[in-house]
Design a protein around this ligand. Structure first.
Ligand code: NDP
Length: 453
């Protein structure tokens, strides 16, 4: 790390003590951007970097709710409104016990660059709560969502801030949140995306992140005259992103052999076909069961429990050519990265946000692995959220094919932007630098245009 970057990061660490995930996300971006800052002094004199790491606004609030037994619980709610240079703040809500300011700031920071890459007019934000929906009844989830939205509704709106889902926030939660917003404001408006298709949601929004990541991979594979046909793929997670990444891989002729949840992973050497995937979707989306049950149901498959304290995760030791980490941040460490490369993996698509730790990213790049960072590879979700906003504003709804072809076109254009930007800044094939620089330049130029605000 050069001394300029070290000094900058020292200031970021001092101003944001203990926020390790946020520091990790910032340093990765700043390392990519340094050559750009040296080439364009106007960004430095306008202190764009210093401004871009400082949220425009961060909200933290108390969320009280009562469980089915009448007991009172107190959670924390958050919304980070990171940057609005390109449009209203846009980014998901995460409900998970691990949620804190550091995780949400890293996600909001990444979101700014990701949204810029989509070509759509969206700023960046992120929010959520340390509430754990797991094991809660539908009534409890509804009461929590209503309480959370009672405060959040003062700070959001279709032209201000438009949240969506993320870990722990799917169609059910978006429904309860939207209902409460509508009641409080007496307004039926496009304030959330990921809505039900009967009441303003876009077709293909549930599929968009997973499909988009696979489309991005297709573009990368094309640069080596290759395709998904016959490839063995490992997917981690079994939630929204993982399910639809798996579905698209199958449609494009690949064989997906793993999926996981926070307790362990299944390995099915015969491949998770469409019927097995439908079974997983029911298990996870309707019954809210554990992935372990898959190995009881399908005899050819094995289940391995994962230990978060172990020095590697055995899911990344399964020999594959393509890996799509789609669960959570920091799920591929240095050893996992080495295992993947050693076993022949040459393409890694980040379905999740920042699932790969920095040493593993470097290992992939050094070994010429086609590595797609999350801010490019998983941008399909927010892109279709942007299309949902456009449909809401025009009071129209587009067909499945229309949305899917927009999504494919957007993923192709993100790939092109990353690829060409990497070439322009003499780091050909480095999609991390390509995504960071391409995303940054548009936001930075817009900040310059809008003056010191
Ligand atoms: P879901 O809640 O639908 O699924 C998350 C999956 O990851 C579940 O299988 C869950 O297991 C597993 N998981 C969660 N936390 C951990 C953990 N600490 N360790 C191991 N496994 C874990 O979330 P999504 O699929 O929506 O999101 C997955 C990732 O994709 C996140 O990083 C998210 O930020 C990112 N993303 C999502 C987008 C979207 O449109 N949904 C858009 C862009 C990025 P379990 O069931 O046991 O909790």
């Amino acid at each position: 790390m050069n001394s300029g970057i070290a000094e900058f990061m020292q200031r970021v660490s001092e101003r944001n003590p203990g926020q390790t995930e946020f520091h990790q996300a910032v340093v990765e971006v700043v390392e990519s951007l340094w050559p750009v800052l040296e080439q364009f002094p106007e960004y430095r004199s306008a202190k764009i970097l210093e401004r871009i790491v400082e949220p425009e606004r961060q909200l933290m609030f108390r969320v009280n709710w009562q469980d089915d037994q009448g007991e009172i619980h107190v959670n924390r709610g958050f919304r980070i409104q990171m940057n609005s240079a390109l449009g209203p703040y846009k980014g998901g809500l995460r409900f998970h016990p691990s949620v804190n300011i550091s995780i949400l700031k890293f996600l909001a920071f990444e979101q700014v660059f990701k949204n810029s890459l989509t070509t759509l007019p969206m700023g960046g934000g992120k929010g959520g709560s340390d509430f754990d929906p797991k094991g809660k009844s539908d009534h409890e989830v509804m009461r929590f969502c209503q309480s959370f939205m009672t405060e959040l509704s003062r700070h959001i709106g279709p032209n201000t801030d438009v949240p969506a889902g993320d870990i722990g926030v799917g169609g059910r939660e978006i429904g309860y949140l939207f209902g409460q917003y509508k009641r409080l404001r007496n307004a039926f408006e496009g304030v959330l995306t990921g809505k039900g298709t009967n009441w303003g949601g876009s077709l293909i929004r549930p599929e968009a992140t997973g499909y988009g990541a696979v489309y991005f991979g297709q573009e990368m594979l094309k640069t080596r005259d290759d395709s998904y046909q016959g490839k063995i793929v490992s997917v981690s997670g079994s939630g929204n992103v993982a399910q639809y990444a798996t579905e698209k891989c199958l449609q494009l002729g690949a064989k997906v052999v793993t999926m996981s949840d926070s307790k362990g992973f299944i390995h099915d050497p015969d491949g998770i076909d469409e019927e097995k995937l439908a079974w997983i979707m029911k298990l996870k989306n309707n019954r809210r069961g554990r992935i372990k049950e898959y190995a009881d149901h399908y005899k050819g498959a094995s289940y391995t429990e994962t230990d978060p304290r172990a020095d590697s995760n055995p899911i990344w030791d399964v020999p594959v050519q393509v890996a799509i980490p789609s669960a959570t941040q920091n799920e591929i460490n240095s050893k996992d990265g080495q295992n993947l490369v050693k076993n022949g993996c040459f393409c890694v698509l980040e379905g999740a946000n920042m699932p790969t730790m920095p040493d593993a990213v470097n290992h992939f790049i050094d070994n010429k692995v086609l590595f797609a960072p999350g801010k490019a590879a998983n941008a399909g979700g927010v892109a279709v959220s942007g299309l949902e906003m456009a449909q809401n504003s025009s009071r129209m709804s587009w067909t499945r094919d229309e949305v899917d072809s927009h999504l494919q076109r957007i993923m192709e254009s993100i790939h092109k932007a990353c690829h060409e930007t990497a070439e322009r800044f003499e780091c050909s094939g480095n999609y991390v630098n390509g995504a960071n620089i391409a995303g940054f330049i548009k936001v930075a130029d817009s900040m310059l245009d809008q003056g010191l605000v």
